[in-house]
Design a protein around this ligand. Structure first.
Ligand SMILES: *Cc1c(COP(=O)(O)O)cnc(C)c1O
Length: 433
């Protein structure tokens, strides 16, 4: 038995499903998690000493590659001065100034400890600011696991087939209205009926938790004008896209200005960090200046700020990082696309910049319903082959592939070759050869 299997047998006895986050379970691909003991660059190594080219990248934060020495050193240096003070620090000011400089729609920011917390707080702020209770979200978009957002959600809840979690009070879910991604008329229909009760429309500007679904041309602009018209706030959940599609995230990439933005993942450089921000006018409603309460014992933690600040300053200083990760994404998508054509496979490759997804469905994937048409058994078989041949993908059809600066041309070519070997075998099986 492998070390990973052994650890998993112990883990399931003392942790639900053997994991601390459901997306790490291999349930949907019929296997057990590979326990990782270290990582560097584009590689992770499991407890059995097997190495993999990693496309999970801690779900996005490791945009520079794993264990970047500059970030590690910044964290060690901060640790020498103390792990946490629960008091104001200089690094928090530098971090806030940096975020406000990089993201023009953000004039003030509040640091928190996770993406979930960032979104939950932004929703509370939108409600407090507008004096309205309802929010609109899109089916298949994931915004963390707070009560009002676990309604038709993506990511692990989609993989596990529990898009509406138990334990969410009906009254809470009733204030969350769901619309169809890439269909602004579905938002307009809700706003026409109950616009004066809607505090906010929240969206992943690139949906990256139901696989990767790009916004259609005009979709985000339509949301902007609808929100302005009905007095609702537009919230971009940029926990994945922030500092990934560019320094100013998806809002810069698509040229649409939200009222509030939430961050996570990259902003912490691998440490547990989230943030939400927006105009001075709106942010001044947050306590202690305003009456929307939100707090955190470890918020702005010195180690976390050191990691995040170092990562963001490196990204700012080196525009070639974005050029490289986008090129890797493009190379992967182009290679996959021509392979699908070569083997006449009814699958779809999607993505933008350094995000990609291979959907095991033929139709263009524009929303949750389309994504759900994917053949998850076919995905599982592909996933296991890739894993057994050294490619570490997220163990779910409904997650993104993340490219980092550490992925090289050679890595992408090796990944494509491995996929090609799998698909050529799959095709001969299909043809009964
Ligand atoms: C990951 C994610 C979250 C939740 O962040 P956590 O740090 O896991 O709480 C929220 N929104 C989006 C878009 C995400 O991808």
């Amino acid at each position: 038995m492998s070390r990973s299997e052994e650890l998993f047998q112990r883990a399931v006895l003392c942790m639900p499903g053997g994991v601390n986050s459901p997306v790490r379970a291999y349930q949907s691909v019929g296997s057990w998690p590979r326990f990782i003991r270290r990582a560097w660059g584009a590689r992770v190594e499991d407890e059995d000493g097997r190495t993999y080219i990693d496309y999970i990248n801690s779900w996005g934060p490791m945009i520079l590659g794993h264990n970047d020495p500059r970030i590690r050193e910044a964290v060690v240096k901060a640790a020498e001065k103390g792990l946490s003070f629960g008091a104001a620090t200089e690094k928090e000011v530098e971090m806030a100034e940096l975020i406000c400089r990089l993201v023009p729609s953000v004039e003030m920011v509040r640091m928190v400890n996770s993406g979930t917390e960032a979104v939950m707080s932004a929703i509370r702020l939108a409600r407090g600011y507008t004096g309205r209770d309802k929010i609109i979200k899109f089916a298949g978009c994931y915004h963390g696991h707070s009560d009002s957002l676990l309604v038709k959600a993506g990511s692990g809840v989609m993989t596990g087939g529990i898009p509406d979690s138990a334990g969410v009070p009906a009254g809470c879910a009733a204030d969350t209205l769901t619309a169809v991604y890439n269909d602004s008329s579905s938002v307009e229909a809700i706003l026409e009926e109950q616009g004066e009760q809607v505090a906010a429309v929240i969206v992943e500007p690139v949906a990256a938790n139901m696989g990767v679904v790009e916004p259609k041309r005009g979709f985000l602009q339509d949301l902007r004008s609808l929100c302005t018209k009905y007095g609702a706030l537009l919230i971009f959940d940029e926990v994945i896209t922030g500092f990934r599609l560019g320094l100013d995230g998806a809002q810069g990439y698509y040229g649409v200005k939200p009222d509030l933005t939430t961050f996570g993942k990259i902003i912490g450089g691998g440490m547990p960090v989230g943030a939400y921000g927006g105009s001075r006018e709106i942010m001044n409603h947050v306590a202690p200046v305003g009456n929307v309460y939100q707090a955190g014992t470890l918020s702005g933690n010195p180690l976390a700020m050191a990691a995040g600040y170092t990562e963001l300053t490196i990204l700012e200083k080196h525009p070639e990082i974005y050029r490289h990760i986008n090129q890797m994404g493009e190379k992967f998508r182009t290679g996959m696309r021509s392979m699908l054509k070569k083997f006449d496979l009814p699958y779809t490759i999607t993505g933008v910049g350094s995000l990609a997804c291979l959907f095991f469905t033929q139709d263009p994937v524009t929303d949750y319903e389309k994504a759900k048409e994917s053949d998850t058994n076919a995905f599982a078989s592909y996933f296991m082959y890739m894993l057994n041949h050294g490619i570490h993908l997220a163990p779910s059809q409904f997650e993104a592939i993340f490219f980092s600066y550490a992925h090289s041309d050679v890595d992408v070519v090796e990944t494509l070759r491995t996929a090609e070997r799998y698909f050529s075998q799959f095709r001969s099986e299909k043809n009964g050869e």
